[in-house]
Write a protein that binds this ligand. Sequence first.
Ligand SMILES: *Cc1c(COP(=O)(O)O)cnc(C)c1O
Length: 412
Amino acid sequence: MTEITRQHCKDLDAQDPLAAMRDAFHLPEGVIYLDGNSLGAQPKGARAAFDRTIDVEWREDLITSWGKAEWFTLPERLGDRLGRLFGAAPGQVVVCDTTSLNIYKALRAAMGLRPERRVIVSEKASFPTDLYMIEGATMGSDYETRLVEPEGDIADLIDADVAAVLLSNVDYRTGRLLDMERITRLAHEAGALVIWDLCHSAGVLPMEMDAMGADFAVGCTYKYLNGGPGSPAFIYVAERHQAEARQPLSGWWGHAAPFAFEAEFRPVEGIRRFLCGTQPILSMKGVEAALDVFEGIDMQTVRAKSVALCDLFIRLVARHPGCADLRLITPEAAEERGSQVSFAFDEGYAVVRAMIERGVIGDFRAPNVMRFGLAPYYLRYEDMFDAVEIMAECIAARPWEDSRFAQMAAVT
Ligand SMILES: *Cc1c(COP(=O)(O)O)cnc(C)c1O
């Protein structure tokens, strides 16, 4: 095996077509940020967007900004721009609420479109909020939830009783990427609808939601999309479902005539019926600034760099004697993974904490997963090299014997 040198990594950076994108972000000095899948880095344009909103739109123009600054249409304007990143034509995406809420809306809408069916399919290893929201959406009814085991095949669970299938295309722990087209086709052949949770793929994986005939999708904007802490989520509803689809959070923003103040709910035509109430305008401005960074960026180029960064990271760890005890749990084949690399290691929590002290920020997911989300917009190949060197030094220092790392922090 040839050795991978730091110089080799720097050479790759010199040829990187996305290298300039890094300049669009604030990155703290001395930090290698491998947690873009939890909270993306701050786009430099964010401050100006917030300042304009606070200093002019809110302070000077006050209530008139709902129209003048087009606050009222932000959900669909941002939704249209976001949709381009995953192959959704305009008019099918709104930016609003949280992913958890949007899962609830999509689930109940899908259940309503398949009223004779009583089964929801998801996966046992799902990000828990998705399963919690299934519980809430089926509360007090006779729905059955079928969960596929980590090694199981979803195809075995889909039959003519299934109303909806709710899946994350990229697993938040392992980074495994599902075959979205195959699963969408299988579900449709059985007459079921699919809700894709794109939290770990939106902004980093090219997808063709319209072309694959997707039904619903949801996701957050604060991970790979870099919208800022708690920035609102999104929901995609294929145009062909919009006229029939009804969601239960029937607030006035989804009304056909919100300012007529009618006593009864009448859903507006189109994707806006998936809104509930007044949206957090300041937070939405973070999403707007984040989407500016993606203007003119080709998602295939993003994917190519994401694959190359992950490949490099995996190879660097595999050949480093100091990392011999880590077990790769992310699929090695690029087409089977998202933009993260995860390792199982029983002392992983202490190692991740020690790495953070050294400026390499990854995260830990119980019970033993060290997780590194590699955002191709602001990471360099050189960073992969340095991160693995520091990781090996941290492991060698046996941080799990250090009492400072014995206690798990509230947020990992
Ligand atoms: C991050 C994440 C969420 C987050 O849900 P919120 O309601 O925004 O807190 C939901 N689902 C998945 C798969 C996630 O990765």
